[in-house]
Design a protein around this ligand. Structure first.
Ligand SMILES: Nc1ncnc2c1ncn2[C@@H]1O[C@H](COP(=O)(O)OP(=O)(O)OP(=O)(O)O)[C@@H](O)[C@H]1O
Length: 576
């Protein structure tokens, strides 16, 4: 938790105000029973109406002060914690934005979301409780004891018995429940995880008629959570009445012994009512302080999960002294590049060397899982190479400013993804000041102009999260258009024509030819028809090495892996 304290610093003024107001609240609270005792002893017992009105007036003022202080304290503490959690969420979000794909893989999307929402909420609630209890509990308990002694020293000896008894009961309840609360947190996480996964894959579940099976899996996680929650509630259901019983017995005993002392004239009657109130305030403060310990493990677990993100050094770093290429042509060179995923046993890519030139199309082919997507993900530095280097215009991309590298690249990912908003907001993603003309031009090249112009809102047509209100092929074409609007130096099409029929694909590639005539184009493809006309084809073997480089004709003659790929898709006589 202590690492997260620094985020409270900007709000120290509000914290001081809240603390002062809480002190006013606690002190006024302590004086009220005393004034009440005085009214009973001096006013009611002696029939002094003037005294009752006078002291009652003071009580009223004290109550108003208390209420005012409580409202303002709550205002300031709420302001502190909501601003604190906002800052924390922002910090987490910015940190996550700086993560490489490797860091994302490590945490997982679901966990990153839970940490930014649920975990921040847990910490926020703890800070709010801490702020209140830390001030109120010591003043109320210590002040309560002092005030109780002032009412009656002899009766105060009961506090020595009552406080440890109640503290012991609360301690035993906590000892049982705190570990359960910890488990509860993990089980809530599990339910979240199962739910998220199932909802994301709902179509697959339906298609495979696995609704019942998946419902049972969810039931299991849910039942697990319920059982732990029930255990906690059972202990609480037993513990809370036990505490109430102890408090009522205390109240009864104090009234009993107090009655005897009043009877003998050793204590005025008003002091007994005040004494009872003070003892209850002491006990409530102790219980409040104890609830902190119930919240602490949950908040600590959440703080740990938050810190884990905040302390993660992004695996892809900005260079210390960045180099900028003297010319930005887009000459892309892989030099003996090897790459291994963090948890993998063997490298996915080994000793890859080739150069992709501006004005040319370089195709990457290979069987599924050969490392084609991995290879192109190395270019925008989603991951850094394990060995060797990648250069753009003669400069190692690890030495170039990250923003510049990514700015030079227009990537159309394998999985078409659009953001919620409009077609226009998606197209402007890479160039925020793109004109309507530029957008229509990009849509025309991507063969998306027809269907977009048929939409009633045209460029303003709404896009749902992920682009789910468009078909796979439409989504893919919009992603191609998005990359074109950016007018990058290097285009990367990662299997980006897979959802298009052959005719549309041919049209897109034909239109692209002119648009990308000065750019470096990298195309990852499964379909041989996509790569036939490429200036060079890089063939990856199953082991992630280069099996051959050349044009279609050259490779057909010399590369066995390429021949296998080609002949599996088109007849021998048509391939030549
Ligand atoms: N994030 C990851 N962590 C660990 N291993 C991964 C990760 N992503 C991919 N791999 C592994 O790396 C290998 C290459 O995957 P990659 O996606 O690059 O292949 P690909 O040639 O693009 O396949 P496809 O044609 O099916 O898209 C695979 O064996 C895959 O299991």
């Amino acid at each position: 938790m202590k690492h997260l304290v620094k985020y409270l610093k900007p709000y120290y003024k509000e914290i001081i105000f809240a603390i002062l107001l809480l002190i006013v609240q606690a002190v006024s609270n302590l004086f009220l029973p005393n004034l009440n005792a005085k009214i009973i002893n001096e006013g009611i017992a002696k029939g002094d109406i003037q005294y009752i009105i006078h002291t009652g007036g003071i009580m009223l003022l004290a109550t108003l002060l208390l209420a005012g202080a409580a409202i303002l304290a709550s205002y300031f503490s709420s302001k502190v914690v909501t601003s604190y959690s906002r800052d924390l969420r922002r910090e987490l979000y910015y940190k996550v934005l700086s993560f490489s794909k490797q860091d994302f893989d490590r945490f997982g999307t679901a966990s990153l979301v839970t940490r930014n929402t649920n975990d921040v909420h847990q910490v926020q609630m703890f800070v709010l409780t801490l702020l209140n209890i830390m001030i109120m509990a010591p003043i109320m308990s210590i002040g309560g004891i002092i005030m109780a002694i002032r009412q009656d020293v002899v009766l105060s000896s009961s506090i020595i018995i009552v406080v440890p008894v109640i503290a012991l009961i609360v301690f035993f309840i906590m000892r049982k429940t705190v570990p359960l609360f910890k488990t509860l947190q993990k089980k809530v996480d599990k339910v979240n995880q199962v739910l998220r996964e199932k909802l994301m894959g709902i179509r697959v579940i339906r298609a495979f008629v696995k609704d019942d099976y998946e419902a049972r899996r969810f039931d299991k996680a849910n039942k697990d959570l319920t059982q732990t929650a029930l255990k906690v509630n059972r202990i609480m259901a037993l513990g809370i009445p036990l505490i109430m019983l102890a408090m009522n017995v205390t109240s009864l005993a104090i009234t009993w012994f107090g009655g005897i002392r009043i009877d003998s004239g050793a204590m005025p009657i008003g002091n007994l009512t005040a004494f009872l109130t003070y003892v209850m305030e002491i006990l409530i403060s102790i219980m409040m302080a104890m609830t902190m310990f119930i919240m602490l493990p949950r908040a600590e677990a959440s703080a740990e999960r938050i810190n884990e993100i905040l302390h993660t050094e992004p695996s892809v770093k900005e260079p210390k002294s960045p180099k900028i290429p003297s010319e930005r042509k887009g000459v892309l060179a892989f030099k003996d590049v090897s790459f291994q995923y963090a948890d993998a046993e063997a490298p996915v890519l080994s000793k890859i060397s080739f150069t992709a030139l501006p004005g040319q199309t370089t195709a990457i082919v290979g069987s599924t899982g050969s490392g084609k997507s991995t290879l192109v993900h190395l270019i925008p530095r989603f991951y850094d190479v394990t060995e060797g280097k990648i250069e753009i215009d003669g400069v190692d991309i690890r030495e170039m400013p990250l923003e510049l590298v990514r700015d030079m690249i227009g990537l159309v990912p394998q999985k078409s993804y659009l953001f919620s908003g409009t077609i226009e907001s998606n197209l402007r993603f890479g160039k925020k000041d793109a004109t309507e003309e530029e957008m229509w031009h990009a849509l025309e090249i991507a063969q998306a102009k027809n269907f977009v112009s048929r939409l009633p809102e045209k460029l303003k047509a709404p896009v749902d999260q992920g682009g789910t209100n468009f078909s796979g092929g439409q989504r893919q074409r919009l992603c191609i258009a998005r990359a074109i609007v950016k007018r990058p130096t290097i285009y990367i099409f990662d299997d980006s024509f897979s959802a298009l029929d052959n005719k549309t694909e041919a049209k897109v590639r034909e239109a692209l030819k002119d648009e990308t005539k000065d750019a470096t184009v990298i195309i990852v493809a499964q379909k041989v028809s996509t790569v036939l006309t490429a200036d060079q084809i890089v063939v990856l073997s199953d082991k992630g090495t280069i099996a051959g480089i050349g044009t279609h004709q050259e490779l057909l003659k010399s590369c066995e892996v390429y021949q296998e790929i080609v002949y599996s898709q088109i007849p021998k006589e048509e391939a030549v």
